[in-house]
Design a protein around this ligand. Structure first.
Ligand code: SAM
Length: 469
């Protein structure tokens, strides 16, 4: 949970989450202190007069979480001393991302008529995800854990909120272990040779999910670390966390591998399997595992809140609705996007130069024409690969456009057509602070137009994260 990567700058693939109310509006401590007297003792004013709290004080971070849940979500909440204390903005990011996945068109979209049902693996004493999911979106949850304190307090937190308590069931993940041993042992062998038998640890999904149960998604904030020492104490924050919450054999990679193994058994009984991760390196390793077990879609995102980054990984075995994803062919050779709310210091020239730099940095040859405000680009298949690799969030998108993955270990290389991709990017001023970016493919053949749309998507992601507020 601690020790997430510190963010120095915006990176390719990082995701702004505009729907998360905390994205651009961090909690106003002064206002909260005036509304909640119990919070007031924890707020002090820095030299510049800014209200602050001492992030190294567990009581302060816990009280902040308590009042944010109450103030912003109408949720009553508490945890005993030492239990992992979640930060509401960070946990909200993950919930909102799942909401995006559910409403994405990847599987042709749901009909929206039935209640969304989620499974929170390792809900903790804090039970934060079910409380947020139920209060924000009315989702129902099965929330699992195996420690007595987690099960007891998660139940207490649910019961303290009668308006949503019917939506959340707390489930012990170790009760059903014997059933898991039989069922999981066979799959574990086929997925991970190092782990041939079901251990005596609590089950993850297989064995906890009941016969005939289906879910829209599962989620997990896994124990990230292999040892409690590794989890360390971040001197800048105090979020608590017991060894059971922070540590498991093999760390997050082993834990999420177990979710992958179980997903390979349960397959379409979940629309989406997801997990949060603390290290980007783990993400790449797990993506290659996912293709091995035959998933149809992989999605990733970066959760950036304050100075810390986490990563989200999602996969599915549902058949993808390619017809819906693929835009009409005629439109694929002409693409566009808007850059709105451009930061004041940037002009159209900066954007144009940045487009050139984006493709040059991948080795593509570029010709900038400042009178027509355009850049002509020719990119080889290797150079396109580099662009797609940098924009890891687009792996599934590239596949959906008909490109097969190379059998490489990092799981992110993509085969592209033999021919070079030749296209022009033009920048048009629409009004102050808004630019229209157009891309036109010079070749009109079908496979290249699919690749072009994925490459253009990477450019859009990069330009928006760099120039837009
Ligand atoms: C990092 S904590 C996350 C708690 C909470 N979801 C949050 O985000 O703050 C991980 C939780 O997973 C639980 N856990 C570990 N292995 C588990 C398993 N096999 N089944 C269910 N819960 C498990 C731990 O007890 C702990 O509460």
């Amino acid at each position: 949970m601690r020790k997430g990567k510190k963010r120095g700058r915006s990176e390719p693939g990082s995701t702004k989450q505009p729907w998360n109310k905390y994205s651009d509006n961090p909690p106003d401590f002064a206002n909260l202190a005036s509304l909640y007297p119990s919070f007031k003792p924890f707020v002090f004013f820095s030299g510049g007069g800014r209200p602050r709290i001492d992030w190294t004080d567990y009581n302060a971070t816990r009280e902040l979480t308590r009042i944010l849940l109450l103030h912003d979500h109408g949720v009553n909440w508490w945890i005993p001393d030492g239990q992992l204390c979640p930060t509401v903005p960070n946990r909200s990011n993950y919930i909102h991302w799942i909401n995006d996945l559910l409403s994405s068109e990847s599987f042709g979209g749901g009909d929206g008529s039935s209640k969304v049902k989620g499974f929170d693996i390792g809900t903790g004493a804090n039970c934060i995800y079910p409380l947020l999911g139920a209060s924000l979106f009315g989702w129902t949850f099965v929330a699992s854990d195996f420690t007595l304190v987690a099960l007891d307090w998660a139940e207490k937190n649910v019961k303290s909120n009668p308006h949503i308590s019917d939506l959340i069931e707390i489930r012990d993940s170790k009760v059903l272990l014997p059933q898991c041993s039989e069922e999981a042992a066979t799959t574990v062998q086929s997925v991970d040779d190092d782990n041939k038998s079901c251990s005596i640890e609590p089950a993850v999904l297989v064995g906890v999910v009941k016969d005939n149960e289906t879910f829209d998604f599962c989620m997990s904030n896994p124990p990230f670390f292999e040892t409690f020492e590794e989890s360390g104490l971040n001197p800048k924050t105090s979020c608590g966390g017991t060894p059971e919450e922070m540590v498991c054999n093999g760390g997050e990679q082993a834990f999420v591998s177990r979710i992958i193994q179980d997903s390979a058994v349960l397959r379409q009984r979940f629309r989406w399997y997801t997990s949060m991760l603390g290290k980007k390196a783990t993400l790449k390793l797990l993506i290659s595992k996912l293709w091995e077990v035959g998933v149809t879609v992989v999605k990733t995102t970066e959760f950036a809140q304050g100075h810390t980054s986490r990563w989200g990984l999602a996969w599915s075995f549902m058949p993808t609705a390619r017809k819906i994803l693929a835009p009409p062919l005629v439109k694929k050779s002409l693409l566009s996007f808007m850059l709105e709310c451009i930061k004041r210091q940037y002009s159209a020239v900066d954007v144009l130069q940045s487009v050139e730099e984006f493709f040059k940095s991948c080795g593509a040859s570029c010709k900038l024409n400042s009178s027509t405000f355009s850049v002509d680009i020719v990119a080889s298949d290797d150079q396109c690969n580099t662009i797609l690799k940098n924009g890891i969030t687009d792996v599934d998108s590239a596949r959906s456009h008909g490109y097969e993955k190379k059998q490489s270990l990092d799981g992110s290389s993509l085969q592209v057509p033999e021919d070079n991709l030749s296209f022009r990017i033009s920048v048009f001023q629409q009004m102050p602070g808004t630019l229209l970016i157009k891309g036109s493919l010079q070749q009109k053949d079908i496979p290249l137009s699919g690749l072009f749309s994925v490459v253009f998507g990477s450019l859009e992601e990069s330009m928006k994260s760099k120039f837009c507020r």
